[in-house]
Structures are given as structure tokens and as C-alpha cells.
Design a protein around this ligand. Structure first.
Ligand code: HEM
Length: 367
């Protein structure tokens, strides 16, 4: 039935192997007092615990004179690996709720990066919720009910759905391909190794922000891919863009997807096999900084101004410290050959709380 535990030391949906679908939602709070924010997280916790275990919100014998307590479209469906991951944005720590002293020092909206074309309709938010499931209807049901419960306390600011190849069409669970046709996610920290996760993903008690210990910082970037342009570029050009072979996913000059990336490898003429502006070379740098990528493809109809597809990558990464991990990597990508084909048009960062124990509520270390 695919139940992922809601309670635990860490929130589900981070180390959880990526499910087939994501429904991402950013909210803005409309309440005046921190007590009402706390109340919202308490209500959300209760609903999230029920939904992730496959239950219906509220009582089952609904009163005919009231709206049903659950919107109903996930009735009889198995939970499908549903995870609901909650985080708060830097704006939560402004003057409204008296929380400014609790803001982690380096936690802020991302600086402007070269080539950014951020649009307000896909940027920011007081609260971010990543819902993932192996069934889009189950995921949508969760976001919809969380928004319904938030009525009068928070409003939706932006949403984005995403997908990858489903577990139905790839039973073996190979590395998924993005909309550029390349395997995406080959080099990623091992989520099954607690030591690596503590180093790369989980904020630690001695990182200076006690309420975040066991949590993680999320970066979300809505990256449009100019698929029409990409589809007119040659295979050789595409492979040079990433520095990997398209079919196998192997580093250029190697055979297998998981072969070591050797940035010093040269061809017979002494030229680097992996070009100097290839995405994997720049993303890797000196390989001293890592982050956990957990991205999804998206397709959101047409860009009416050009008649081209509005499709791309909802890039999501988790890290222990955004200033030390995401930002230096993204800065290096300023000269990425991939930039000929992509544009970042949405951006947000969220401090995702540690996991919650039964009886507690999401955010109880802060609120
Ligand atoms: C590697 C695609 C944006 C960080 C890769 C790979 C592909 C890829 C195909 C090689 C396979 C793999 O190891 O997963 C894309 C696409 C993007 C995008 C299509 C945007 C549309 C980003 C961004 C970042 C990033 C914004 C972070 C700032 C990385 C890292 C690696 C990687 C760290 C692994 C490099 C290594 O081999 O050590 N990406 N990527 N990517 N990407 Fe991206």
C-alpha cells in the first residue's frame, strides 16, 4: 500500500527515494499572531498524519448540512508512498511573528545569479510544502486539503506539479531521464548512509540553530528548458553540454553510467574529454561540496507569448547549509553551456523542520 512513516527523527520526503509525482505549494500567512501560526501547523500535522496513513480527514459520518470534512477524491486509494514535507521561508522571520531572533544567520532569499529571470508568480513564500506520491491524485488531494485547512490563516502563493517516469514504466527503478533525454540523478549522496546524510543534508545540533537540528534546508528553482531549441541541437552538442553520453549516462569517454568522472581525462589531441563548460564539470568543481538533488520534470501547458512549451525542471535540493552548498555551485554554473537552453524563472528557499514525534506537531521546535 506504500505507507511512508510520517513520524520520525527526520521529515519524510527528503531521504525518501523520489516518488513518481510532486505537488509543490508555497503559502503566505495572513494571520497576525504566532499562536495562530502554531495552530495552523497543529492542524496540518493532524491532517498530514492521517493522509499519509491512507485515512480520511475528519469524521466518516459527515453531516449532510455541512461541507464534507475531506474533499473525498482519495477515498479508497492506497497512500501510494505519500510524503508531506514542511518548511518555512526567510519571510517568516520578519517583524510579524516575533521570530527574528530565531532566524538562522545565513538563511535568506538567494542572491541574484547570472541569467536569472525570476518571476514573482513562482518565487518566495512564508511556507513551502513538498508533497510527493506515486499517484498524482493522492498528491493533489493532500495539497488541496492542506490549503482548505489553511483557510483564513494562509493563502496559496504559487504551486507547481511535477513528474518523472513512473514506477509502472520502469520497474527496475533506473536513474530517471529529464526532459532533455539525459539520466539525471546519477551522482547524488547515498541516502542510506547516515554519516553522509549528517554531513551533507541534515542540519546538526552544533550548527548554531538548535530548532533546525535534524532538519534540512530546501532550495526550489523552477527552471524552464527551451525544449524546441534543444531538440534542434546535435547529439554531439547535447553530450558536450552535460559532459556525459546520452544513451548510457556515462561520463564522456567512459562506458557505464556509474564510471568515475575523470575531469582530467584527455582525447588523443590533448583536449579535455569533458569540456571546460560542461554542466557536470562546473557542478562538480573540486568535488568538495555536495547536495542532495530531488528534482522533477514539469510541463505546464503553453507559453502563450511564443507558442512554445512551458516545460522544464522543478529543481529541488536539500542541504545542511545553503550558503556553503547550493550558492557556490550555482555561482559556478554561470558559465555552464547548459545556460543556452535553460532559464531559471522561479526560486524559493525553505528551512524544513526536523521530524516530529507522535504527540508533537510540525515546527514545534520553533513555534
Ligand atoms: C549533474 C541536469 C540544474 C547540480 C547533472 C547531470 C544532469 C543534470 C543530466 C548528470 C547526471 C547526474 O549526475 O545526475 C540538470 C538540468 C538542470 C540542472 C537539466 C536544469 C534544467 C542544476 C542546478 C544545480 C545542479 C541548478 C545546482 C546548483 C548538479 C550537480 C551534479 C549535476 C551537483 C553532479 C555533478 C557531479 O558529477 O559531481 N545535472 N541539472 N544542476 N547537477 Fe544538474
Amino acid at each position: 500500500s506504500g505507507v511512508v512513516d510520517f513520524y520520525g527523527a527526520h521529515q519524510a520526503g527528503i531521504a525518501t527515494p523520489p516518488q513518481d509525482f510532486v505537488c509543490f505549494a508555497a503559502f503566505d500567512l495572513t494571520v497576525d499572531a504566532v499562536a495562530q501560526v502554531r495552530k495552523l501547523f497543529q492542524q496540518w500535522t493532524e491532517a498530514a498524519a492521517v493522509m499519509t496513513s491512507g485515512g480520511m480527514i475528519g469524521s466518516s459520518n459527515d453531516n449532510p448540512n455541512l461541507p464534507p470534512s475531506d474533499t473525498g477524491e482519495a477515498a479508497e486509494l492506497v497512500p501510494s508512498g505519500l510524503t508531506i514535507t514542511f518548511g518555512v521561508g526567510p519571510s517568516l522571520f520578519d517583524a510579524r511573528y516575533g521570530l527574528s531572533a530565531k532566524k538562522p544567520d545565513t538563511f535568506a532569499d538567494l542572491p541574484a545569479f547570472s541569467g536569472d529571470e525570476l518571476r514573482p508568480e513562482w518565487t518566495g513564500g512564508d511556507i513551502g510544502i513538498q508533497v510527493c506520491a506515486n499517484d498524482l491524485q493522492v498528491a493533489f488531494h493532500a495539497i488541496r486539503n492542506l490549503a482548505r485547512i489553511a483557510r483564513g490563516k494562509a493563502v496559496l502563493r504559487w504551486t507547481q506539479e511535477g513528474f518523472q517516469r513512473s514506477s509502472h514504466s520502469d520497474k527496475a527503478g533506473a536513474t530517471p531521464r529529464n526532459l532533455m533525454g539525459f539520466k539525471d540523478g546519477t551522482v547524488n549522496p547515498n541516502v542510506h548512509d547516515p554519516k553522509t546524510m549528517d554531513e551533507v543534508v541534515w542540519a546538526q545540533a552544533d550548527d548554531g540553530v538548535p530548532w533546525m537540528a535534524g532538519g534540512s534546508y530546501m532550495v526550489v528553482r523552477r527552471v524552464r528548458i527551451r525544449v524546441e531549441v534543444w531538440d534542434r541541437s546535435t547529439l554531439q552538442d547535447q553530450e558536450a553540454t552535460f559532459g556525459r553520453h546520452r544513451r548510457s549516462g556515462a561520463p564522456l569517454g567512459s562506458r557505464d553510467e556509474f564510471d568515475q568522472v575523470d575531469l582530467n581525462a584527455k582525447d588523443e589531441n590533448g583536449n579535455p574529454l569533458i569540456p571546460m563548460n560542461a554542466h557536470v564539470r562546473l557542478a562538480r568543481g573540486d568535488n568538495s561540496v555536495h547536495l542532495l538533488r530531488r528534482s522533477y520534470s514539469y510541463s505546464s501547458g503553453l507559453d502563450r507569448t511564443t507558442g512554445q512549451l512551458d516545460a522544464g525542471l522543478l529543481f529541488i535540493s536539500y542541504q545542511r547549509d545553503i550558503a556553503k552548498q547550493f550558492i557556490p555551485v550555482q555561482k559556478r554554473l554561470a558559465s555552464d553551456k547548459l545556460n543556452e537552453y535553460i532559464v531559471h524563472n522561479g526560486s524559493a528557499v525553505f528551512a524544513c523542520f526536523p521530524g516530529v514525534r507522535e504527540g508533537g506537531y510540525i515546527g514545534d521546535t520553533l513555534l
